[in-house]
Write a protein that binds this ligand. Sequence first.
Ligand code: UDX
Length: 433
Amino acid sequence: MRITMIGSGYVGLVSGACFADFGHDVVCVDKDQKKIDALHAGRMPIYEPGLDALVASNVKAGRLAFTTDLTDAVAEADVVFIAVGTPSRRGDGHADLSYVHAAAADIARAIKGYTVVITKSTVPVGTGDDVERIIGETNPEAEFAVVSNPEFLREGAAIGDFKRPDRIVVGTEDARAEEVMREVYRPLFINKSPMLFMSRRTAELTKYAANAFLATKITFINEIADLCEKVGADVQGVSRGIGLDNRIGAKFLHAGPGYGGSCFPKDTLALLKTAQDSGVPQRIVESVVAVNDARKRAMGRKVIDALGGEVRKKTIAVLGLTFKPNTDDMRDSPAIDVIRVLQDNGAIVRATDPEGEEQARLVLENVEYCSGAYDAMEGADAAVIVTEWDAYRALDFARAKSIMKSPVLVDLRNIYPRDQVENAGFSYTAVGR
Ligand code: UDX
């Protein structure tokens, strides 16, 4: 199979490299010459564990190439994936589809022979119809089918998720396109990953429903955590107690500072827009969005409370800035709100993150960046764990106590047993315990 990826960002690059690893011939296209140059030089535009090695070996094997030349890449392809960005449109929260529409028109002009065009970007219901119309109008001669094939990759675990998916969702009712999609994903059948065929609109909505449900699960346990604090219960016990019920499931029940990242915040908002436009409000998802937004700032106030209600001129060490570990992604990270609340209240923030500093510098001002946890905790009045990087999972509390001004730990990810921290002489504040 000759596969062309339009867009060599997170989804395009990971999917392209994995398809190449399965033995397909893959070309990843991007308009950004600098990005393509960097990829040619073996430098990844994002941090994703294992990606550099996967790209290098497949480039070496001649199965993976990068180019800015969309025309040739599309002309030669059997299938073309659209994996361009769909950011939230400023002002109204709708998904911005301008890149998807532009890609559809570019593809239309370049198509040669029967080609399956697949939207992998997360797109609102009905976008497949738009893509089909744009291609048909731009090039009435084109022989093609438009398929929806949403991705469910987690940042930091994307390669594993791609190679061993829980399921593959394919939206098409065209028999010829269905055969091509089976061929594209044939290497995954040895893992017995179920491939679900459904209508294009159903596939498009499935992606939003999945992310909105996961966001709901997290937000639910976060509110239960708040209740636990008030009534003297332990949210980790509640999570285990409900999670072992198969109907509920144990995953995504970790209470924390609220979800962030490039997907949940954007996709929940886009789903609400579709729902409003359709006259079918999604009240549960509306609440989830509001509760999660408020929570991030509330976590800043939690830190202030742990310091007795006053942080003016106090120094706070923030451990972890990215929205979750194993990524450099700062998009909608709770750390941004936590730090802003602390700064608004006069605190001095020293922060550290194994991968996120470069991105953090673009969104946060007046933060002193440190080279690791102990560097950040030097002279601090409190330390706050915002992201559960492995590097913060086995802190030496005796050492921390000896360098901090006061031994206060706020663990927004619940990674420590209370006893361990308190026995080391710290005051310990967690979430829902
Ligand atoms: C998510 C979906 O998991 C993926 O299927 C989809 O394609 C894209 O969005 P990702 O954004 O990479 O992936 O991160 P994920 O691991 O799902 O975490 C999202 C956020 O939820 C993070 O901020 C994380 O810290 C938070 N989270 C997750 C919790 O607070 N508690 C949990 O139990 C799980």
